[in-house]
Ligand binder design. Structure first.
Ligand SMILES: O=C(O)C(=O)C[C@]1(C(=O)O)C=C[C@@H](O)C=C1
Length: 363
């Protein structure tokens, strides 16, 4: 910029002016969101305020328009928080997540809903489902698959008995650190606490650096972090949130064996989400136990050119559901080609349930 001042005082004066403008614009946006809330309730007293498809469109548009120098994801994160605050003005959103506090699931909940959402830790995945079903909270956040360790069976099983829908997904890069308390003797670490999945994701690093230390599996990374607070010879493997919550030091950072280690989380709720343009659909399908069943199920996807992103099998828990497949694919149930595909799959399956169509994770 040719008219950018060059001395510090002048630059700060310029920043103050810009901040004043940003402040006015954010306030104007917030007033606009308040009017949106009035319009929604005028149309329908039971209106839902959180609109995942609209949020995905807003964030994608900002990322596409972003001129830099901030990168597109950074910019989207800022807008994520602005929208979160605007939504809280319409209606504060309550979200249950797989706790305790400091877990990656809490991090995922905040990444998806922003800091203005009220997030409540639950002790187990089925408790998250129950809280949402009972209406005690608006949405739930549960882990569903990890790139290194695979599927979270508990979550898939919970869907079989639930009437809840998937309203969104969020993918989180998982970075594990080796953490100790201020009083820990770093040269005397003889025990390491973590969640079994995290141990599995850091196995090679641990074998190379702490082959002698006892590995103690606990119910969550946050619990591991809590335990090391009071033990001078122990360390924990956990992420940023747990480190911050329990004020632990990092002995080693990013110790996961695979640099692309990430976990996908699902947002569960009661609503059917309209199409946003970059959608995904999740299904659960039961096939009869007969030769060629899997081929019969997959063939229509191929013929309709539908891009399947995941296929998981779970043992059936009832007589009818012999083989149960969880399938994710790109597209939305309101698209004619997807509707045609689903009609065919329904005919071939013993049972089929659409778990939801929802925007593909943006951030
Ligand atoms: O467009 C809406 O429906 C709004 O409520 C506004 C807004 C926003 O701040 O942009 C806020 C919350 C919704 O989840 C989506 C978008």
């Amino acid at each position: 910029m040719s008219d950018t001042p060059v001395n510090l005082d002048a630059l700060r004066e310029r920043i103050d002016e810009i901040d004043t403008r940003i402040l006015e614009l954010i306030s104007e946006r917030a007033r606009c969101a308040q009017r949106v809330a009035q319009v929604k309730t005028a149309d329908d007293p039971q209106a839902v305020f959180y609109r995942p498809e609209r949020e995905a469109q807003v964030l994608r548009r900002i990322m596409a328009l972003n001129p830099g120098p901030l990168d597109a994801e950074e910019m989207a994160r800022l807008f994520r928080e602005i929208m979160s605050a605007c939504l809280a003005l319409e209606q504060p959103v309550k979200v249950a997540y797989l706790g305790p506090e400091g877990t990656f699931t809490q991090q995922a909940a905040l990444k998806h809903f922003g800091e203005s959402a009220v997030s409540l830790p639950m002790a187990a995945i089925d408790e998250v489902f129950r809280e949402v079903e009972a209406g005690a909270v608006n949405y739930g956040v549960v882990p569903v698959e990890n790139s290194t360790e695979g599927v979270v069976n508990h979550t898939l099983d919970s869907f079989m008995d639930s009437s809840l829908h998937i309203c969104g997904e969020v993918v989180l890069r998982i970075h594990h650190h080796l953490l100790i308390a201020g009083t820990t003797r770093q040269d005397k670490i003889s025990r390491i606490y973590s969640h079994p999945q995290s141990f599995a994701q850091c196995r090679k690093w641990l074998d190379a650096h702490y082959p002698q230390a006892e590995r103690v599996p606990v119910s969550s990374n946050a619990e591991a972090a809590r335990l090391v607070k009071s033990e001078w010879h122990s360390a924990a493997i956990a992420g940023d949130m747990a480190a911050k919550l329990y004020e632990l030091e990092r002995v080693a950072e990013k110790i996961e064996d695979r640099p692309d280690n990430s976990t996908r989380f699902l947002i569960i709720g009661h609503q059917d989400v309209p199409m946003c343009g970059t959608d995904k659909t999740s299904l659960v399908v039961a096939m009869r136990n007969q030769p060629g069943a899997l081929h019969d199920l997959l063939e229509p996807f191929h013929r309709h050119q539908i891009d399947m992103t995941r296929l998981e099998t779970r043992p059936s828990r009832s007589g009818v559901w012999n083989y149960v497949f969880f399938i994710d694919f790109k597209g939305h149930v309101d698209q004619p080609e997807v509707a045609a595909l689903l009609d065919e799959v329904r005919l071939r399956a013993a049972e089929m349930k659409v778990l939801g169509s929802y925007p593909q994770g943006v951030l």
